[in-house]
Design a protein around this ligand. Structure first.
Ligand code: KIV
Ligand code: ZN
Length: 514
C-alpha cells in the first residue's frame, strides 16, 4: 500500500469561490474540523492578499497542532516574507509558492520569457528555504505547459530546495490519461525527482477533477490537493470526500491509504456548506442528501432484500446518522452538553449558556429538535460575538394581504447605539423587509442574491436564508436562521452588512489577483 498525503485548500482555493467570504471565526472552525478529518496539510489562505487573510492564517497556524499549515505566496520576496510572518508559529510551517509555466500564462499574464520564469522560481524557492523547512513549488497551468520546459524548471527548483512539486491542472482542461502521462514523464525525466514528493491539484471545469487526481496517484503522485464539497474557483476543485471514499470503496483497485477519518466527512461537509452558503446539491456524490436514498420500486425492493444490491457506500461510513431525533422540551443542561459534545462542538461557558437558551426557546416552538436544528443554532453561536459595533434587529413587523401593498416596519440599533425605525413597501414581503432595512442602514447596499431553504423536514422546520450584497462596493454574504422565513431573511441581510464592520476591523481589502 502506498500512503497518500491529503492537502486541503478549502480555506484558500475554496474561498476563491464566487461570493464566498468567511470571517476569521468561521475559518478557525473549519480548520479545527479539517484537523479532526485528518488532513495532512491545510492551506489556510493567501497571507499577502489582505490583512484579514493574514490574521486568519496566523490564527490557524497558532491553533492547529496535528496538520501542517501552509499559506500561498506569489513568487515575490514580499509575499514570502508576509507568509513567514503569518506561519512562523505553526507546529509545522510550510510555504506554497507558485509561478505560471504555460506559454499563454508566461507571455500574456506574467509577460516574462521562459528563462526569466526559471530564474524567478529558483530564486524564490531558495529565498523561501531560508525560513521554511518545507517549500511546495507549483507550476501554475502545468497541464498546458511544455513537458520539456517542466522537466527543466522542476530540476532547478528541486536543486534550489523545493520539497514538494505540485503540477496543477489550473483550468480543468486535462483528462485522466493525459494527466497521468504528464506525471510519468516528469518522474522518468527529472533526474532529482526522487528527492521530492509529487503533488496533483485539479480543477473541475470538465467534471474530471477527481478522476484526474486518481490517475495522478496511479502515476506516482503521493500528495492530492482538493477541497471539501469540491468548492473553488469556477467549477471548483477535486472534492476530497469523493476522492477519499473512492479509495476506500475500491480498495481492490487502488492500493493507497490516507490518514483521513471518513466518518468526519458529513460534519466537515455540513460545516463548509453552512459557512460558505454553498449548498450541496442533492445528487452530489458521497455527501448529497440523495446519495443514500433509493427511489425506484425495483431499487427499494433490492435494498430491502440485500443492501449491497444498490448501495455501495453505507451512510455510516461517512458519518451520516440513521436516527437524528434528539433532545426535547424536558431535556436538561447536562444532556444538552453531552449531545453537543457528541456532535463535535466545544463551546466556552457563555456560548454554551446562549446555546442552551436558544435550544430551550426552540423546543417551545418546535415539537422535535433534530441534529440539523442543533447544528444550525450551534454553528451560528460558535461564530458569533466578534467584538465590533454593528446593527442589531430590535423588532420588525410585515403586513401582507393579497390585495394590499406589502409593508414592513423595522426597528434597529445602529453601530453607534442609536435606535432607529421606519417603514417601507415592496412588491412582496421580503422586498418590503429588505427595502426597510436598506432605508435604515446608512451604507450603499445592493442585493445580488437571495435564497431560502428549510433545515431538515417538517412543517415546523427552521428556515435558513442566505443573501449576497455589495455594501459600499464590497461583496459580502450573510446567513440567518429562524422559525419564520422573514425573520431568517432579515437576520441574513443584517449579518451580511455587519461583516463589513468586521472586515474593516481586521483590515480585509479586495484580494490580490492571482
Ligand atoms: O489552480 C492552481 O493552479 C492554483 C495554484 C495557485 C496552485 O490554485
Ligand atoms: Zn487551484
Amino acid at each position: 500500500m502506498v500512503h497518500v498525503n491529503i492537502f486541503d485548500t478549502t480555506l484558500r482555493d475554496g474561498e476563491q469561490s464566487p461570493g464566498v467570504n468567511l470571517n476569521q471565526l468561521e475559518k478557525l472552525e473549519i480548520a479545527r474540523q479539517l484537523e479532526r478529518f485528518g488532513v495532512n496539510i491545510m492551506e489556510a489562505g493567501f497571507p499577502a492578499s489582505s490583512q484579514g487573510d493574514f490574521e486568519a492564517v496566523r490564527a490557524i497556524a497558532r491553533t492547529i497542532k496535528n496538520s501542517s499549515v501552509t499559506g500561498l505566496a506569489r513568487a515575490t520576496k514580499s509575499d514570502i516574507d508576509i507568509a513567514w510572518d503569518a506561519l512562523k508559529d505553526a507546529a509545522e510551517p510550510r510555504l506554497h509558492v507558485f509561478i505560471a509555466t504555460s506559454p499563454i500564462h508566461m507571455q500574456y499574464k506574467l509577460m516574462k520569457k521562459p528563462e526569466e520564469v526559471v530564474q524567478t522560481a529558483v530564486d524564490m524557492v531558495k529565498y523561501a528555504r531560508k525560513n521554511f523547512p518545507q517549500v511546495e513549488w507549483s507550476a501554475e497551468d502545468a497541464s498546458r505547459s511544455d513537458l520539456d520546459f517542466l522537466v527543466q524548471i522542476i530540476t532547478k527548483v528541486i536543486d534550489a530546495g523545493a520539497t514538494v512539486i505540485n503540477l496543477p491542472d489550473t483550468v480543468g482542461y486535462t483528462t485522466p490519461a493525459e494527466y497521468g502521462r504528464m506525471f510519468r514523464y516528469i518522474r522518468e525525466n527529472v533526474p532529482n525527482i526522487h528527492k521530492v514528493a509529487l503533488s496533483c491539484h485539479c480543477h473541475d471545469d470538465l467534471g474530471m477533477a477527481v478522476a484526474n487526481s486518481l490517475a495522478a496517484i496511479e502515476n506516482g503522485v503521493t500528495q492530492v490537493e482538493g477541497t471539501i464539497n469540491g468548492i473553488g474557483e469556477r467549477a471548483g476543485n477535486a472534492a476530497l470526500e469523493e476522492f477519499a471514499v473512492a479509495l476506500n470503496i475500491r480498495q481492490d483497485f487502488y492500493p493507497y491509504t490516507t490518514d483521513l477519518v471518513l466518518k468526519e466527512i458529513k460534519r466537515t461537509s455540513d460545516l463548509v456548506s453552512r459557512f460558505t452558503g454553498m449548498k450541496v446539491p442533492g445528487n452530489k456524490a458521497v455527501v448529497g442528501k440523495n446519495a443514500f436514498a433509493h427511489e425506484s420500486g425495483i431499487h427499494q425492493d433490492g435494498v430491502l432484500k440485500n443492501t449491497l444490491t444498490y448501495e455501495i457506500i453505507t451512510p455510516e461510513l461517512v458519518g451520516v446518522g440513521s436516527n437524528d431525533l434528539v433532545l426535547g422540551k424536558h431535556s436538561g443542561r447536562h444532556a444538552f452538553k453531552d449531545k453537543i459534545e457528541q456532535m463535535g462542538f466545544e463551546l466556552e461557558q457563555d456560548k454554551l449558556n446562549e446555546a442552551f437558551q436558544s435550544f430551550k426557546s426552540l423546543t417551545d416552538k418546535k415539537k422535535e429538535v433534530t441534529d440539523e436544528d442543533l447544528f444550525t443554532i450551534l454553528t451560528d453561536i460558535q461564530t458569533s460575538g466578534f467584538d465590533v459595533k454593528k446593527y442589531e434587529l430590535v423588532a420588525f413587523q410585515v403586513q401582507y394581504a393579497s390585495a394590499n401593498l406589502p409593508t414592513a416596519t423595522v426597528a434597529l440599533t445602529t453601530p453607534d447605539g442609536e435606535k432607529v425605525e421606519t417603514a417601507r413597501t415592496g412588491s412582496g414581503s421580503v422586498e418590503a423587509l429588505f427595502n426597510t432595512l436598506d432605508a435604515l442602514i446608512k451604507e450603499e447596499i445592493h442585493l445580488t442574491d437571495y435564497s431560502l431553504s428549510s433545515v431538515g423536514r417538517g412543517r415546523d422546520a427552521l428556515a435558513e436564508a442566505n443573501v449576497k450584497l455589495t455594501v459600499n462596493g464590497v461583496n459580502v454574504s450573510g446567513r440567518g436562521s429562524a422559525q419564520d422565513v422573514l425573520e431568517a431573511s432579515g437576520k441574513a441581510f443584517i449579518n451580511a452588512v455587519n461583516r463589513v464592520f468586521f472586515n474593516q476591523k481586521v483590515g480585509v481589502k479586495e484580494p490580490a489577483a492571482l
